[in-house]
Design a binder for this molecule. Sequence first.
Ligand SMILES: Nc1ncnc2c1ncn2[C@@H]1O[C@H](COP(=O)(O)OP(=O)(O)OP(=O)(O)O)[C@@H](O)[C@H]1O
Length: 382
Amino acid sequence: MSTAAELPEQGTTSTATTSPAGISPAADDADALLRVNNVSKHFPIKQGILIQRQVGAVKAVDGVSFAVRAGETLGLVGESGCGKSTTGRVVTKLLEPTAGEIYFGGRDIAKLSRGDMRSLRTDIQMIFQDPYSSLNPRHTIGTIVGAPFHIQNTKTERGIKAEVQSLMERVGLNPEHYNRYPHEFSGGQRQRIGIARAVALRPKLIVCDEPVSALDVSIQAQVVNLLEDLQSEFGLAYIFVAHDLSVVRHIADRVAVMYLGKIMELTDRDSLYTTPVHPYTHSLMSAVPVPDPKKENRRERVLLIGDLPSSINPPSGCVFHTRCPKFRTALSESERQRCVSDVPALEIKRPAHFAACHFPEVRADIAAAEDGVADRNLAPTD
Ligand SMILES: Nc1ncnc2c1ncn2[C@@H]1O[C@H](COP(=O)(O)OP(=O)(O)OP(=O)(O)O)[C@@H](O)[C@H]1O
């Protein structure tokens, strides 16, 4: 593993990586199925009626690096608009990255054309947030779940029907409803249809983009449990995009926290929830209620002041400095200057614990223990 001094700056797409293989340490994982290295997605803003010219860009994702191991779940969390969904869509190549590398099974898929990506569609799939709009209302469930088999073109009609009905049964749907249309199913059942479609070809990786946030709370846990069962049965890896920290704590092995298009902290679930080192993660965690009323009364809430800055013109240096409680209250003038001018690298602060902060919360362990962060019961209700 590289030392902190060797680590690259996260953020600007022109920043060179310095690890021997040219891969950011956050993506440099020997067991990785997917390695996302310094990937950006900037949406151009154009002006003009006849002749359009680019006048700026929405920096939805700006130099993110992470790895996903075979069979694991990586949670992607952060406030609305921080770039979680865009990251997921770039990984599945529903969106083309502006810069960076995406290694899947050792091959850089970032620059593959749509045609070349067709063979990889078997291996990488996506489950969408909205079970109402992600299914074609004019197609029966048989057609929707059977579509991947038709594209693959290796099975007879009868073989496809048998496969689809077995998948329906596996995800908790009645196989006799093969000829029904999406509007005849509830929200939870529609998400099960989306899941059956995603796992049909036994992919290695599924990007789950807020798969339960549109569902009733009572249904959420059932769908999360189904995803977990399918993961162990088929050895799937998930990127699980969510803004709900409880669901992510329940399902993720490791978690990446995003803010304004960048990864602020990346580590295993327990380290993140019990000993966060980035002031942003600390604020997020402090907003989660503690079940014990005594501890809940003593809970220190770290409020973030101000609105999320625009991703068209993000703050200089550390993008979080304009809202960082530590920047406001605990740093000297020269330390603050560093936050304003230098982009912090996503670097190792503890073994396997990455954070992009010049002045991480080194006392977070003690604070977390005192505040009862470690005791928080964040599992979703069954
Ligand atoms: N097609 C697009 N064109 C321009 N800007 C876009 C486009 N898609 C997303 N954005 C912008 O990119 C930023 C990141 O959006 P994204 O949807 O990835 O965030 P998110 O973290 O998933 O948010 P949410 O939790 O609300 O879904 C936002 O500022 C959004 O407005």
